[in-house]
Design a protein. Structure first.
Length: 94
């Protein structure tokens, strides 16, 4: 049983790698990632990204104490349903 679960995780990791690799070609210019928390989406160097979250870095560490020291500091604080941006001002949104 343990072996089967490990193989399933390996397949999931491979699938995620393939998805990320395939999607990267669409990310260029300026964009935003919402709720990265501790894990950024892998982007090509040509992409510039701002990170948005509902809480500050300190607030995120209080809310997720198990991730303390690994939290990505957001560039902007806002609710994801009310982005503080002009329409069509980004090239991509994650």
């Amino acid at each position: 049983m343990i072996g089967e679960g490990f193989v399933a995780l390996e397949k999931l990791a491979l699938l995620r790698w393939i998805e990320n690799r395939s999607l990267r070609r669409y990310f260029h210019g300026r964009g935003m990632e919402i709720g990265a928390l501790w894990r950024r989406f892998p982007l090509p160097r040509r992409a510039r990204v701002w990170y948005l979250d509902r809480l500050s870095g300190r607030g995120l560490e209080e809310h997720y104490p198990e991730l303390k020291g690994n939290i990505l500091q957001p560039d902007l604080l806002a609710d994801a349903t009310e982005l503080p941006l002009a329409p069509a001002s980004l090239d991509f949104l994650i």
